[in-house]
Design a protein around this ligand. Structure first.
Ligand SMILES: Cc1cc2nc3c(=O)[nH]c(=O)nc-3n(C[C@H](O)[C@H](O)[C@H](O)COP(=O)(O)OP(=O)(O)OC[C@H]3O[C@@H](n4cnc5c(N)ncnc54)[C@H](O)[C@@H]3O)c2cc1C
Length: 389
């Protein structure tokens, strides 16, 4: 793979000029058959696009320019993500870019940065996230996977679950318990970088309701990993894992997904003549207005980030509102499809091709991952409304 071109100072461009440049690039280079796919794309599908972005210097919009990224500020980052969504660009297995890179830049040793950062950029190393376990999801600090120091190694035993695209990854970033006696359970956890080819690791894909194998169970049976697989200091893993929450909390609450579902709903409803039905108009208008509210709430948080102000706990509203609106929209999409709404795959409705069930399926877990709606409501109750509990 040839090395990337050095990034220009995109932050000096106007938002309009930057958006236009990104849009033109996507229109010229992104493969048409991968637009708006409704499932997580596999690495085999995305690797050519990865290479195209890498060679153009655009694979890591959030990384500083000196590390091979685009160095985008928060405002330009929002523009970039908007254009991705607008063009229907699928998400590549990007956790190395969004998570591991920034973590290593903050906490990694020089040797870890030198080895992992360039390989993560080029796609030679693909990461998956090993946090959740069968009995540790919302309450992640209860995790039971252990890493025991033994001579020059740690020995890891335990199980991870819901590990997105582990079967496409070469490496996993892992939270494991290194101190079972810690006063608070958060204080006994460490952060490791593990090569998935290490003996003792087994990966078993899980098939979801849509029939796709997008996540996996990952088993660790006496897995010996070197001491320098540890990032930061022992028992600092919780702080490291939480360090990234800022921008992610804004991004996960973006109204792009429900906005796309609304456009599909409107196209199907027009094709079926449903705007002659006042009952349908009532329901459509209600979800559309919900989305207008969401867009203005999102805009308020974007402005806050652009001003360089940290996001408060009230940003939890955004995730609840986005994901629950998305679910309501996909419920209505299925109903609108009537007999076609319950059939798998794309259907032709009066010249409009749409898939009803996949968007419905994919909106279901959205109120679970990235902090469930119930957990977000707890946060709002405690930290924003100051309710007892
Ligand atoms: C599509 C998808 C991809 C994922 N990818 C990854 C990945 O790559 N890596 C990874 O590590 N994990 C991943 N996860 C796991 C995800 O982080 C967990 O599913 C999530 O943390 C919830 O944990 P859980 O599934 O164990 O549910 P639980 O925590 O057991 O929750 C079950 C239900 O109880 C509710 N609940 C729990 N605690 C409370 C409380 N205190 N108050 C009120 N209600 C509560 C929850 O809201 C939920 O409705 C993924 C999940 C999904 C759905």
């Amino acid at each position: 793979m040839s090395s990337p071109v050095p990034a220009r100072d995109y932050n000096a461009m106007s938002d309009e000029a930057f958006r236009l440049e990104v849009r033109n690039f996507f229109e010229q280079h992104y493969p048409e058959h991968l637009r708006y796919i409704l499932r997580r794309a596999r690495w085999s599908e995305m690797k050519d696009w990865w290479r195209t972005l890498y060679e153009h210097g655009w694979i890591a919009p959030n990384w500083p320019r000196e590390a091979g990224g685009m160095g985008l500020d928060a405002g330009k980052m929002v523009n970039f993500l908007d254009e991705i969504e607008r063009h229907g660009v699928a998400r590549a297995p990007d956790q190395g870019i969004t998570q591991v890179g920034p973590i290593l830049m903050q906490y990694g040793t020089e040797a870890q940065k030198t080895y992992f950062l360039p390989r993560t950029l080029s796609g030679e190393i693909i990461w998956c996230q090993g946090y959740s376990e069968p009995n540790a999801g919302s309450d992640l600090a209860s995790l039971q996977t252990v890493a025991v120091a033994a001579g020059g190694h740690y020995v890891v035993n335990g199980q991870k679950i819901w590990t997105t695209l582990a079967h496409d990854a070469t490496h996993i970033y892992l939270l494991a318990r290194t101190d079972r006696q810690a006063r608070k359970k958060q204080e006994g956890i460490s952060f490791f970088l593990v090569d998935l080819k290490t003996p003792g690791i087994a990966i078993r894909p899980i098939r979801n309701i849509a029939g796709h194998e997008e996540f996996c169970e990952v088993f660790f049976n006496d897995v010996r990993i070197p001491r320098d697989a540890l990032v930061g200091t022992e028992n600092q893993g919780w702080t490291i894992a939480k360090a990234l929450l800022g921008f992610e909390r804004l991004n996960i609450g973006s109204p792009r997904r429900p906005a796309y579902a609304l456009r599909r709903l409107e196209m199907v409803a027009r094709a079926k003549g449903l705007f002659a039905d006042s009952g349908f108009i009532d329901r459509f208008t209600a979800v559309k207005l919900d989305l207008e509210d969401l867009a203005s709430l999102y805009g308020r948080f974007v402005e806050q980030v652009k001003r360089g102000e940290p996001l408060g706990q009230d940003v939890s509203m955004l995730k609840i509102w986005t994901m629950e609106s998305w679910q309501r929209l996909t419920d209505l999409l299925v109903e609108t499809g009537a007999e076609d709404g319950i059939i798998e795959g794309a259907r032709q409705i009066a010249g409009v091709e749409t898939d009803f069930l996949n968007p419905f399926y994919y909106a279901r877990p959205a109120t679970i991952y990235g902090g469930s709606s119930e957990i977000q409501r707890n946060i709002l109750a405690r930290h924003v409304l100051n309710l007892p509990g």
